[in-house]
Design a binder for this molecule. Structure first.
Ligand code: NI
Length: 177
């Protein structure tokens, strides 16, 4: 078990475009995924991208069971997604509040595509091809953005809807981010 420090917004690694993974089911990839899993779990995150622990590769994990950070969110199966590609299905956008382990203590209202198809491979190089909507679609868009060097505050259209959690949602006792 290795919990790694999460880089915070301002770190140049978070702004880089991540490299594709070319070798699967290797000890290095297994270790990376274990560290990402442990780190995300320790912080109650809904997702984590490899660049957030300083590894500029196209690897993301996400999954939400019952998560105190997202009490209203529907469940998303735990997923390892490597070399992802997103395809939008229509132009419908939806605003939703997001947080990020690299932007601790804050939330912002971010427009995302409501529906999308995502493809990629898992840690064994096996294909993943899913069509999803709503919170699942939002989480994927947020994590895949990390691989392009994009953090959610860069997607906020109205900066009056960006702030500290305890000020935005007083008394709601939302955990960390
Ligand atoms: Ni994030």
């Amino acid at each position: 078990m290795a919990i790694r420090p999460v880089l915070k917004m301002g770190d140049p690694v978070l702004l880089k475009v991540a490299e594709p993974v070319r070798h699967f089911d290797t000890p290095e990839l297994r270790q990376l995924l274990q560290d990402m899993h442990d780190t995300m779990q320790s912080l109650n995150g809904a997702g984590l991208a490899a660049p957030q622990i300083g590894v500029s590769q196209q690897v993301v994990i996400f999954g939400v069971g019952s998560n105190p950070r997202y009490p209203q969110a529907e469940e998303v199966p735990y997923t390892v997604l490597i070399n992802p590609q997103l395809d939008t299905l229509d132009a419908d956008l939806e605003d939703g509040w997001e947080g990020c382990l690299s932007v601790p203590g804050m939330r912002g209202l971010v427009p995302r595509f409501k529906r999308l198809r995502y493809r990629g491979v898992d840690q064994y190089g096996q294909p993943i091809d899913r069509t999803v909507a709503d919170f699942h679609a939002r989480v994927v868009q947020h994590e895949v953005d990390h691989l392009q060097g994009i953090l959610y505050p860069m997607r906020i259209r109205d900066l009056t809807r960006f702030g500290f959690i305890d000020a935005l949602f007083p008394g709601q006792d939302l955990v960390d981010e």
